[in-house]
Design a protein around this ligand. Structure first.
Ligand code: 4AD
Ligand code: MG
Length: 449
């Protein structure tokens, strides 16, 4: 008999059918002649109950991996149950030898996070991973339906898209190779690619190049940021979903794409991951799905913060980005609805942002703020006037030559956005710390596993 998933056996098999499953033991109960235990294999949140003769399964315990051959039947409590004919211990799990999770105990996320390699078998984290997987499936389906083409943008790049200097440099580790490839007498780490290269902070610039040919494109990939932040909302490596549209002139067109994407994908994942989401959030309020997102200009948001909410530091703030407290205060003022903030002061946003038509001090940039998290999306219209863009290019960086040329030959106005995938999960599932939204988080001083 071929092994089958617990999900399939529980939800598709009829009673009386033989099944062969493999997984990890979640709990064990020993009665007089029988032993009952629950097995989960990660295919679903549910565990299947197995009943075996005492002799057949004497030395099994919580945490161990096993395979079971049995017949599906109905237990006295009306639940499906596997009557075991054969139980094989695959790998034992002995707490006294250092396994950090005791049977039936629930641990706080900070504790579980110390054991990233064991975390995928905890109930909460395996639920999170299934939701994360379904979320990506729904995103892909949705973009496909509305005519976006999926693109892979490079991880290694010679530009710092956001211009914030938050890049990691990529150099060959092999010093011999550097010597071989460098000019005689001056081998440098730059010689592998003939320039300094980085791990990408955003695929946007490459996505713009592709949009100038395929019109509507998106990418989903890891991006890297060397920020000295250990906050509950920052990672050194995270996943960003980025989309770019050609032939658009109004920021409202991007806002519509973002709002429709978030609403459609969220609604669908609430169905496909119903069980896991209920377990993780327990009746969370999703009424935002039935209401329009709020749209504020930056000036309106500042006005709310200063005159309505009397938040401190308003003068300094009017020249900078919002603090996390500001973001959350604006969202809460707006009835805890997702809130777009548009038309930002030029100096706080990246070089590629398009000047507002009616005000050269402002750019058509957008942030989307949501309850509990603050910013989850950043984006806007891109400067498509060659001369204006040229003036904004950081110093006279040769690496942006190709980017400028997009405006010179068959240029079109484009715009787009980047959604932080882990922050989206935080918003969806009320995850306090972003490190609990990705299997192997990287943050300052933490990359052992
Ligand atoms: O606002 P950001 O920096 O925008 C860009 O990178 C644009 N180039 C995207 C584009 O227009 N194609 O980043 C986008 C989003 C943020 O809104 C946030 O959700 C997330 O990425 N983000 C982070 N998530 C986790 N850890 C970090 N250190 C993050 N920095 C940004
Ligand atoms: Mg941003």
């Amino acid at each position: 008999t071929m092994p089958e998933t617990v999900n399939k056996v529980l939800n598709q098999h009829s009673v009386g059918k033989k099944a062969f499953i493999q997984g990890w033991i979640k709990s064990v109960r020993k009665l007089k002649n029988h032993i009952f235990f629950n097995i989960n294999d990660g295919s679903t949140r549910e565990a299947i109950q197995v009943v075996a003769e005492m002799e057949a399964a004497q030395n099994i315990r919580t945490g161990a991996s096993v395979s079971v051959l049995g017949t599906l039947s109905i237990a006295p409590n009306n639940q499906k149950e596997l009557k075991a004919e054969n139980v094989q211990l695959i790998g034992d799990c002995v707490i006294t030898e250092g396994y950090p999770f005791a049977p039936r105990k629930v641990y706080p996320p900070e504790y579980v996070r110390q054991y990233l390699h064991f975390r995928p078998r905890t109930n909460r984290f395996s639920s999170l991973l299934r939701v994360r997987s379904n979320l990506l499936t729904e995103v892909t389906k949705y973009f496909n339906e509305v005519g976006f083409i999926h693109i892979n943008t490079p991880i290694i790049t010679s530009n710092d898209c956001e211009g914030g200097g938050e890049v990691f440099t990529a150099v060959p580790a092999n010093k011999e190779l550097i010597k071989q490839m460098g000019k005689p007498g001056e081998p440098t780490e730059k010689t592998y690619f003939n320039s300094e290269v980085y791990l990408t902070v955003s695929g946007q610039l490459h996505l713009e190049a592709v949009a100038h040919g395929l019109s509507k494109v998106y990418t989903m990939g890891p991006v890297f940021r060397a920020e000295n932040s250990r906050s509950r909302l920052h990672l050194s490596e995270f996943y960003m979903l980025e989309a770019e549209l050609a032939f658009i002139n109004k920021i409202s067109e991007i806002l519509n794409v973002i709002e429709n994407l978030l609403k459609t994908v969220t609604r669908r994942v609430l169905e496909t991951s119903q069980d896991d989401i209920n377990y993780l959030t327990n009746n969370k309020d999703f009424s935002w799905l039935d209401k329009p997102f709020v749209i504020l200009t930056y000036d309106e948001a500042i006005n709310i913060l200063s005159s309505k909410l009397k938040m401190p530091d308003t003068d300094a703030r009017s020249e900078t980005e919002f603090s996390k407290e500001d973001e959350l205060a604006v969202v809460s003022y707006c009835g805890n609805l997702p809130t777009f903030v548009i038309n930002w002061p030029k100096q706080v946003k990246a070089f590629y942002m398009r000047e507002c038509e009616d005000n050269p001090k402002k750019v058509s940039a957008l942030d989307l703020l949501v309850p509990g998290v603050g910013e989850i999306v950043g984006g806007g219209l891109r400067e498509n006037t060659y001369e204006k863009l040229q003036k904004n290019i950081p110093s006279d960086d040769k690496n942006f030559e190709w980017y400028l040329e997009l405006r010179k030959f068959g240029g079109v106005p484009t715009g787009g956005f980047g959604l932080g995938f882990e922050r989206y999960l935080q918003f969806l599932l009320d995850i306090e710390n972003i490190k609990d939204a990705i299997p192997f988080p990287r943050w300052p001083h933490n990359c052992q596993l």
